[in-house]
Design a protein around this ligand. Structure first.
Ligand code: DQA
Length: 144
């Protein structure tokens, strides 16, 4: 099994950006946790982070035929991006949406998710652990 973990804009800044909301652990620490989880589950993991919407769309398109599951934190594009929603629909790969913070407890504009319309599950407010839970979910459902 191969999982693709996608992070959108400003997720590379966690540990620096708004630590009261996103915590003090860095993006590098997140990457190590994701890689370690892949090793533990025995699945191949590809990570991708971009601040550019179209590059995320291209990454999703390139996953077609190459990846068995997608974990995606579209970050701010969550609340705006029909293009990311359409890319997920186009490749039709099982996907789980992750948010580090509990978006439902924040501003009203964060309570809309376009990619979430496609994703079969959304994990929010569990910090970095949400990525682990999403990977475990996809492994348990599609990887065994
Ligand atoms: C986020 C929540 C989004 O509203 C925000 O724009 C982010 C991060 C999260 O992981 O909690 O950049 O996706």
């Amino acid at each position: 099994m191969k999982l693709l973990v996608i992070n959108g804009p400003n997720i590379n800044m966690v540990g620096i950006r708004e630590p009261a909301i996103y915590g003090s652990r860095t993006y590098g620490e997140m990457c190590r946790l994701i890689d370690k989880t892949g090793d533990r589950l025995g699945v191949a993991v590809e990570r991708y982070q971009s601040n550019v919407e179209g590059d995320i769309v291209t990454c999703i398109q390139q996953a077609y035929g190459n990846v068995d599951g997608i974990v995606i934190n579209p970050a701010a594009y969550t609340h705006t991006s029909v293009a990311i929603l359409d890319a997920l629909k186009a490749v039709n790969i099982p996907a789980v949406e992750v948010h580090i913070s509990d978006v439902d407890a924040r501003e009203p504009f964060r309570q809309v998710s376009y990619p979430g319309i496609y994703c079969e599950k959304t994990i929010k407010g569990h910090g970095f652990q949400g990525y682990v839970e999403a990977m475990e979910y996809l492994y348990n459902k599609y990887g065994k």
